[in-house]
Design a protein around this ligand. Structure first.
Ligand code: PLP
Length: 419
């Protein structure tokens, strides 16, 4: 229940801010690790992780140190000058991801825009598509961000209504169906842009052979395969990148993976939960077409972002976050299934990225999120019937068990009312 203090903060937000979000009724004021506290010092387990941007946990001590030290030394220069941070960061990105080059940006949407522009440049300059005819194939149900071009290929009404005129050049096909991609390819196709698991759509996992087939089709038709791993990447699904799940029974390095896409988009957790850091990773063949002045951002690749990005990547391994995501994710999923709750219709997802499909006969996703909040769990529905659980990847079994207990209590209460 909201008290006067919380109401005061919420009122200020709605008086002075556009209402482009509908937050849950809680006013947070601090967080550490997997825990967050509201202004009245009530404690919550964060199972949202800033839509997967806080994978390292809140205020990770190593990242906090980098943040303090680098901002005291050199935080921003613009790309008008070189810095001693950008090169080492790009090198780390390349070595860890297996991609030859990166173009650094800030928000996820900016990195998606970068991927689109890079694909179009490559299509005109390397593939020799006729000027201004390039097409990019995308999937129904996608979520890639909020810019005018990106919403142009969203099929979410409210995301695009009355924001036109929209950007042309995108063809939408069914998600999870590789044949529909092949059927949509023509001489103007520059790229296929998809999420390896659709996050905002409700943690939709495609059939196992989807990405390998898409890879084969893209290679066959000389079309770039671009994956948006802004939410699914950097350990969230129990692998460094979600596309690696296509590799069954082998443990190949990411750059040896035969399903590696031609381009990969990262964001969210790359900023370690501190600042917006994103990038588009690809080959020299693609990114060499970007010339000075063709693209950029005042803040992209700034020294603070570079230092944080580099350390965030290293910590994925030093803190064993990817493996922990896999192990804790399996435990979480199995525990939810073991609850045998009639409220739960399905548990989807991989690693610490679960979409729990609830039966709307008993409760709405929004009301379940509110009940979870009352029981000390921060989570939020995506669409009406899916609750997304995505705790920081540092979560321990003890902390997770605490959360599962609370979720179980909530579900039992709903069942009791329904009985
Ligand atoms: C898959 C995917 N792409 C792009 C974005 C947009 O990122 P940002 O909100 O940082 O612009 C998101 C954000 O949720 C996302 O999940």
């Amino acid at each position: 229940m909201l008290d006067d203090i919380q109401k005061k903060y919420i009122k200020k937000e709605s008086n002075y801010g556009a209402e482009n979000y509908k937050p849950l009724p809680v006013v947070l004021s601090k967080a550490k690790g997997v825990w967050a506290w509201d202004v009245n010092n009530n404690k919550y387990l964060d199972m949202m992780s800033g839509y997967s941007a806080v994978s390292h946990g809140h205020a990770h001590p190593e990242l906090l140190k980098v943040f303090h030290e680098q901002s005291a030394k050199l935080s921003l220069t613009s790309r008008a000058f070189h810095t001693d941070q950008l090169g080492p960061y790009l090198e780390t990105l390349s070595k860890i991801s297996g991609f030859e080059m990166a173009l650094p940006m800030n928000s996820g949407a900016e990195a998606v825009e970068t991927a689109i522009k890079s694909a179009r440049r490559w299509a005109y300059r390397v593939k020799k598509i006729k000027p201004n005819t390039a097409e990019i194939i995308v999937a129904a149900g996608n979520f890639h961000g909020r810019t005018t071009t990106i919403i142009s290929f969203s099929d979410e009404g409210n995301a695009k209504d009355d924001f036109g005129p929209l950007t042309p050049g995108f063809i939408t096909v069914k998600y999870g169906c590789a044949d529909s991609i092949e059927n949509a390819i023509n001489e103007n196709t520059a790229a296929v842009l998809i999420e390896p698991i659709q996050g905002e759509a409700g943690i939709i996992v495609p059939p196992e052979n989807y990405l390998p087939k898409v890879r084969e089709i893209c290679t066959k038709h000389n079309v770039l395969m671009i994956l948006d791993e802004i939410q699914s990447g950097l350990g969230r699904t129990g692998k460094l990148f979600a596309f690696q799940h296509a590799c069954t029974g082998c443990d190949c390095a990411v750059n040896e993976c035969k399903w590696q896409p031609d381009g990969l988009i990262l964001g969210k957790a790359l900023g370690g939960g501190f600042i917006p850091v994103s990038c588009f990773l690809s080959t020299k063949e693609v990114l060499r077409n970007m010339s000075p002045g063709s693209h950029g951002s005042t803040f992209g690749g700034n020294p603070l972002a570079s230092a944080i990005g580099k350390r965030s990547l290293e910590l994925l391994y030093e803190d064993n976050l990817i493996e922990n995501s896999r192990i804790m994710g399996d435990y979480f999923k199995q525990s939810l299934l073991n609850l045998n709750s009639k409220i739960i219709k399905e548990v989807r997802g991989k690693g610490l990225w679960l979409g729990v499909e609830i039966d709307p006969k008993y409760i709405s996703g929004k009301d379940l999120s509110l009940m979870c909040l009352d029981h000390g769990i921060l989570c939020k529905e995506t669409h009406e019937t899916t609750i997304r659980y995505a705790p920081p990847l540092i979560i321990t079994e003890e902390e997770l068990s605490w959360g599962i207990d609370k979720i179980s209590t909530v579900l039992k209460k709903v069942e009791k009312v329904a009985a």
